[in-house]
Design a protein around this ligand. Structure first.
Ligand code: ZN
Length: 380
């Protein structure tokens, strides 16, 4: 039996197409030029967990079940971060690889990603809290709120490529802190992307046999205003049971967990029309969809989104605040809405046949075809 080709999945968090265009990036352009390249759409909500799991399972949230960074349990009224592997309803790429005898390494900046995606992995490293052996070998990892932590993560990936040929699949997931901090044309951002580009070149040099699969989870835009939808509805005589930003996560320094998609849960189904009218009247609310409509339109799992699904315009985000509304400070950048969906997709040096170009619509399609031969017929 021949050994399957080594595969590196590079998920560059927050790498919208505008970041690809704003920096020279000779390596990524060379990989795109000699391999397969196409701009694709992220999945809604354009937040990290929903897209990371989509890329990692090769299917949309309707199938894998991760519909955001946060969730509300309608049965008991509890709410919590959606970062436990038990939420994922299909095998991940790493689990599919393991079923074929291929060993995997998950390298991510954030601990939450290890909680979600480490199943089936031989190695799982969060740069935020690395094991002693990695600190001894690579030095302490930089702060989670830095761009340098991404460089540390990639140096570990290159070391594994160079010294652990038994690892057949690497999933490398950076943090989007630099994109929250800097627009595509800012010098810091160009330095960040150029360094990542060089690290991709080093990785290809130490592993010329490996295929590179590159995409992103979402883009990033400046935002001007934020609504607390629970308070806004209550203040207008149409109270709701619960309202949440689908982006809410533990990493508050980036964006205070505000995002451009929100789920609204009603006290009574009969309130739907009036609440929708209130939401639609708020400046910056671009679209209010029923649960069924949003699930159908965006490929979401109905029981894990709100009765109403609210999407901001390019300038508007949602989240929990002291009052119902805030003008955001200049320079504030975030994502979550349908305005952060455009991301690159690049496949380089893959030896097997690829599906036709029209099959690559979403970032999730990047990995759809990988390790499918002995896919279990039941999930987990
Ligand atoms: Zn992200």
């Amino acid at each position: 039996m021949t050994t399957p080709q080594r595969i590196l999945i590079s998920m560059i968090d927050g790498f919208g197409t505008d970041y690809f265009e704003a920096s020279p990036l000779p390596t990524l352009n060379r990989m795109a030029g000699s391999g397969f390249s196409q701009n694709v759409e992220a999945v809604i909500p354009s937040v990290t967990n929903a897209n990371n799991v989509s890329i990692c399972c090769g299917v949309l949230p309707r199938e894998h079940g991760i519909t955001g960074n946060y969730y509300f349990n309608e049965a008991d009224g509890q709410h919590d971060y959606m970062e436990n592997a038990e939420f994922i309803r299909v095998p991940t790429l790493m689990q599919r690889a393991a079923a074929q005898g291929v060993r995997s390494a998950l390298l991510t900046c954030k601990k939450k990603t290890v909680n979600l995606l480490a199943g089936g992995c031989e190695i799982a490293i969060a740069a935020e809290a690395p094991a002693e052996e990695y600190v001894a070998r690579h030095g302490p990892a930089p702060d989670i709120y830095s761009r340098e932590i991404n460089y540390w993560l990639w140096r570990v990936a290159i070391d594994i490529l160079a010294n652990r040929p038994d690892i057949g699949l690497l999933y490398v997931h950076t943090t989007d802190y630099p994109m929250h901090q800097w627009a595509p044309d800012a010098p810091e951002s160009i330095e960040h992307m150029e360094t990542l580009d060089k690290l991709h070149a080093e990785a290809a040099a130490v592993a010329p046999d490996a295929a590179f699969f590159i995409t992103a989870d979402h883009g990033m835009n400046y935002k001007r205003r934020c609504w607390d939808l629970g308070k806004a509805c209550a203040n207008r005589g149409t109270p709701v049971r619960f309202a949440m930003s689908a982006e809410k996560d533990r990493y508050v320094k980036h964006h205070r967990t505000f995002g451009g998609a929100a789920w609204v849960y009603l006290n009574d189904p009969a309130d739907a029309q009036q609440v929708a009218e209130t939401l639609q009247s708020l400046t910056g609310v671009e679209r209010v969809m029923s649960r069924e409509e949003a699930a159908r339109h965006w490929g979401l799992l109905p029981e894990r989104i709100g009765h109403l699904c609210v999407f901001g315009d390019r300038d508007t985000v949602f989240g929990e605040m002291e009052g119902e509304y805030e003008d955001l400070p200049e320079g504030y950048r975030s994502h979550g809405s349908p305005h952060e969906l455009q991301v690159p997709l690049i496949i380089y040096n893959y030896q097997d046949a690829l599906p036709p170009a029209e099959r690559f619509v979403h970032n999730a399609d990047l990995t759809h075809m990988l390790y499918r031969l002995t896919l279990p017929t039941t999930c987990r």
